[in-house]
Design a protein around this ligand. Structure first.
Ligand SMILES: C[S@@+](CC[C@H](N)C(=O)[O-])C[C@H]1O[C@@H](n2cnc3c(N)ncnc32)[C@H](O)[C@@H]1O
Length: 208
């Protein structure tokens, strides 16, 4: 059967990849954050933001250029180095596992943050059960640092694979945040089973 084509298909070149290239972003995932921000206003100029799973750096760059507008700071962490060159002045980058005790201390020393945004994803195996469990482990690790690393009243964005225990994660988030929403940006690929969980949205910022 022929592969489905369209703006989000993996057939090359796809609309969002081309747009990212044209606009100078290293990954098409930038447009997912743009949609999240448009709907939930999770970041404001002057905020301090922790970006987990930040490589190659589109969310960091977009946050720096468009959301903070030069005011505020970003701490970005990933297993891999970011491809931004140069790294903007108000961005601190850590390379390594975000959840080792040493890294958590590094991240904590620069926190707490107004927003924690995570597009972190495990490298996929193709076995959906395995991938979902790994995604759930990452989401749980992020939830576990909310009390120490996010300011009271701060906002949270977590990516999770559908089938990766999102109901449990939502349940945990509902205990921590005034409002919790699930969101699937249009920029997600047609065949993607990722979902974003958003925490602590004030009523007046939701655009239904
Ligand atoms: C989809 S990519 C993120 C893309 C990024 N938001 C951007 O716009 O450029 C997912 C990233 O999560 C990272 N990641 C997965 N597990 C991690 C962990 N335990 N600590 C830090 N980064 C992790 C991966 O290395 C990968 O670079």
């Amino acid at each position: 059967m022929a592969k489905k084509k369209g703006p989000n298909s993996r057939s090359q070149p796809d609309y969002f990849s081309l747009k990212a290239k044209k606009e100078g972003y290293p990954a098409r995932s930038v447009y997912k954050l743009e949609e999240i921000q448009q709907k939930f206003t999770i970041i404001r100029p002057g905020n301090s933001v922790l970006d987990i799973g930040a490589a190659p750096g589109s969310w960091t760059l977009f946050t720096h250029q468009k959301l903070l507008k030069g005011k505020g700071r970003i701490v970005s962490v990933d297993l891999k180095p970011l491809s931004l060159n140069p790294i903007p002045e108000n961005v601190t980058v850590f390379t390594g596992d975000a959840f080792t005790s040493e890294m958590l201390k590094n991240l904590g020393d620069l926190g707490p943050y107004d927003a924690i945004i995570s597009d972190a994803a495990p490298s996929t195996t193709g076995a959906r059960t395995v991938d979902c469990i790994r995604s759930q482990n990452l989401a749980e690790a992020i939830i576990s640092i909310v009390p120490t690393h996010l300011k009271t009243g701060g906002n949270l964005v977590i990516k999770i694979f559908q089938g990766g225990g999102e109901q449990e994660i939502l349940f945990a988030m509902k205990k921590m945040f005034a409002k919790v929403k699930t969101f699937k940006p249009k920029a997600c690929r047609n065949d993607s089973f990722e979902l974003f969980l958003i925490g602590n949205i004030k009523n007046d910022t939701i655009k239904e």
